[in-house]
Design a binder for this molecule. Structure first.
Ligand code: NAD
Length: 481
């Protein structure tokens, strides 16, 4: 690990002048909370703590903007293209703030902003012409997709801009307005991103408020909220679902996961180790649909564990601003505690740390990439979501057994099959209970690929045309002839 972050606390606060965005204006905070730099564990900047009155003002502004935003499809497409362009222009500045508060390497922060811009263009290009279900001598039936109104987009701390951005892109395309709430661990870059968008969007089309759980619950129960698009933990998702009920608000929930990777007996451990490692430790393991447990045939187990451990030992853990860094810190002290506890529990129960197994030296929330072997289902790190840089590898005897173990989970976000026989891989993929199953890949999301959680991993779909349509109300117009 080298140096300290260049983006120091006071500097960042002053340079970025972080504000909430209401009706197109940057509004000075009435109260603030502290944001910590995970690379130092110290104060980074103050973030605005939005009040109920500010929320009311924001929602009223979002409703006012909705009436004009929803009517002109061509204007929306043009505005979304302009938004993508302005994001790209500010990618370097936004990335500095994102790395300072989230911890990820700077190049990944830049990629996060650029990916969001690409998604804006992808949705802008979608044809949303109403479907004609019947056009006959007796009747004409047209199926419209009407926008809902103000949508709230609640995001977690792992991919703050991308998470809020993909929700916004889908909601905006079909005519909704959006109010974004980032996680209190990572509010700064998102607020700045929304500020940047104000240059090309009418006031109230996209707003942003920061705050904690209380703000989230005010937003989900606010009478002007017409749809909740939530990404976060399963525990919070259940609270959000309950909050939506009294008013029958539409909800899409993207929640936790405990994705299994199943290695087939025809796979070559040397060939797949890099892919499995990369997809398990993407974003320092803090990815909802990362590989969180690996099942490998007994005869391939040792070779795969050794290959994964060798990769782990060669990874550079350090501050995100250092270009040689592979993995930054865990984002926050609570998450570091969860990862540390789960690894210690596994070691205590006889697991072997083939790599890592401890925190990384130095200040900040750093943790060594950890490969655990000699453990089984029933150990907490196998059964629970670690959401961090530690990966358990278990051996299996039969494929049926591996599938049963992979599916024996409350979660069903993603899964993967690793094989040299793609046809066989696809057949095994059919038997995994998850919203997305990859063969020889994992955790890759694409704008045209639906993303849904099975079981406790979510309700509804995000991404692709299917996801976008969840931000609409179906209206059939039946004309009798
Ligand atoms: P979290 O549930 O603690 O917080 C997510 C967001 O919800 C934050 O903005 C938070 O302030 C807000 N919130 C908290 N209480 C709320 C309430 N009562 N009402 C409304 N909003 C409230 O999750 P986290 O720790 O930020 O993120 C990690 C979790 O998110 C992991 O479980 C991970 O798997 C999951 N996740 C899922 C996906 C997915 O697409 N399925 C993507 C990323 C992360």
């Amino acid at each position: 690990m080298s140096g300290t972050t260049r983006t120091g606390g006071q500097d960042l606060a002053e340079a970025a002048a972080i504000a909430i965005i209401i009706r197109g204006r940057c509004v000075k905070p009435e109260a603030t909370f502290e944001v910590v730099n995970p690379a130092t564990g110290r104060f980074l900047a103050n973030a605005p703590d939005a009040t109920p009155k500010q929320l009311d003002d924001t929602m009223e502004g979002a409703l006012a903007a909705f009436h004009s935003w929803k009517v002109d499809d061509a204007a929306r497409v043009a505005a979304m293209y302009a938004a993508a362009e302005v994001m790209e222009r500010h990618a370097a500045d936004l990335a500095q703030i994102l790395t300072a508060e989230q911890g990820k390497p700077l190049r990944e922060s830049v990629a996060e902003v650029e990916t969001t811009a690409r998604w804006f263009r992808w949705y802008a290009d979608l044809d949303i012409t109403p479907e004609v279900a019947e056009d006959s001598d007796v009747r004409r039936v047209v199926v419209h997709r009407r926008p809902l109104g103000p949508v709230i987009a609640i995001a977690p701390w792992n991919f703050p801009i991308q998470s809020a951005g993909k929700k916004a892109a889908q909601a905006l395309r079909v005519g909704n307005t959006v109010v974004v709430k980032p996680s209190p661990f990572t509010p700064l870059a998102t607020l700045k991103w929304v500020e940047v968008l104000q240059g090309v969007l009418a006031p109230g089309v996209v707003s942003a408020l920061s705050g904690g759980a209380q703000l989230g619950s005010w937003m989900t129960s606010h009478p002007l909220t017409r749809k909740i698009s939530f990404t976060g933990s399963t525990a919070t998702g259940k609270l959000v679902a309950a909050a939506a009920v009294p008013d029958l608000k539409r909800t899409t929930l993207e929640l936790g996961g405990n994705d299994a990777a199943i290695v087939l007996d025809d796979a070559d451990p040397a060939a797949i180790a890099a892919g499995i490692f990369d997809r398990g430790f993407v974003n320092c393991g803090q990815t909802c649909a990362a590989i969180k447990r690996v099942y490998v045939p007994e005869k391939l187990h040792d070779e795969l564990v050794d290959a994964l451990a060798a990769i782990a030992d060669n990874k550079v853990v350090g501050v995100g601003t250092d270009p040689t860094t592979d993995y930054g810190p865990v984002n926050n002290r609570i998450q570091l505690g969860i990862v540390t506890d789960l690894v210690e529990d596994a070691l205590h129960k006889g697991a072997h740390a083939a790599a890592g197994g401890t925190r990384h030296d130095g200040e900040g929330y750093f943790y060594r990439p950890t490969i655990l072997s000699n453990l089984d289902d029933g150990v907490r790190i196998v059964d629970e979501e670690q959401f961090g840089p530690a990966l358990p590898v278990m051996s299996y005897k039969t494929l049926d057994e591996a599938l049963a173990r992979a599916n024996d989970s409350k979660y069903g976000l993603g899964g993967s099959v690793w094989t040299s026989d793609l046809e066989r891989g696809e057949a095994v993929a059919d038997r995994i209970e998850a919203g997305t199953v990859w063969v020889n890949n994992h955790a890759q999301t694409l704008p045209h690929q639906p993303f849904a959680g099975a079981k406790w991993s979510g309700i509804g779909v995000e991404n692709s045309r299917l996801g976008m349509l969840e931000f609409t109300q179906v209206q059939a117009v039946h004309v009798a002839r």
